[in-house]
Ligand binder design. Structure first.
Ligand SMILES: N[C@@H](CCC(=O)N[C@@H](CS)C(=O)NCC(=O)O)C(=O)O
Length: 192
């Protein structure tokens, strides 16, 4: 079976796939895409021209959330979705509503008025959530953490957002960074 990831280091959506592949111990070919000078053939693999695209045996699959679900099914070990359907649905809802986090993140990146306050409000909500459970999906680390951690890393390390103001969120991030897959992504962010 051949597996190729069309990837860009700075892309947080690609980061989801990089982290998940590392957690699953899947080896594959990585083709780095220069987003400022995209090859025309990328549009044949994904009509939006965006990364990530994962290609298994010549079949291209775009959309990071769909790719994560695919990888979870293709490589079920270790399981990164909880066993109970209601808990799985809660994880999927967090991922489906990722723009609760990403909208204020990108607004801050664009330097919009009020964006820092808006992002702080959202960070406060995650802090409250993580005061009640160790991982976003509940008792165990999994897809919800992997799907959202790229923006927390980038907010802290690229936008200079002080996460120490959110103790439960900071503890969660520290726990995650003990994992080699997340530490590797933090290293990619540091080198950007
Ligand atoms: N919904 C897509 C979003 C992917 C995305 O926005 N990728 C960005 C890089 S982070 C991209 O390819 N941007 C190029 C563009 O927008 O033309 C996913 O989850 O995979």
């Amino acid at each position: 079976m051949s597996l190729v990831l069309y990837d860009a280091p700075r892309c947080p959506y690609c980061a989801r796939v990089r982290i998940l592949l590392a957690e699953k111990g899947v080896e594959l070919e990585v083709v780095e895409i220069d987003l400022s000078d995209r090859p025309a053939w990328l549009y044949e693999k994904n009509p939006t021209g965006r990364v990530p695209v994962l290609e298994e045996d010549g079949r291209p699959l775009p959309e990071s959330a769909v790719i994560m679900e695919f990888l979870e099914e293709r490589y079920p070990d270790p399981a990164l979705l909880p066993p109970d359907p209601a808990d799985r649905a809660a994880v999927r809802l967090l991922i489906f509503r990722d723009d609760d986090l990403t909208d204020p993140y990108y607004a801050l990146r664009r330097g919009e008025d009020g964006a820092a306050e808006e992002l702080d409000t959202v960070l406060g909500r995650f802090d409250t959530m993580l005061a009640g459970r160790p991982y976003l999906g509940g008792a165990e680390y999994g897809l919800a953490d992997i799907a959202l951690v790229p923006w927390f890393l980038r907010a802290r390390d690229m936008l200079g957002v002080d996460l120490d103001r959110f103790p439960s969120l900071s503890d969660w991030l520290a726990r995650l960074e003990e994992r080699p897959a997340i530490a590797a992504e933090a290293g990619i962010v540091a080198a950007l």
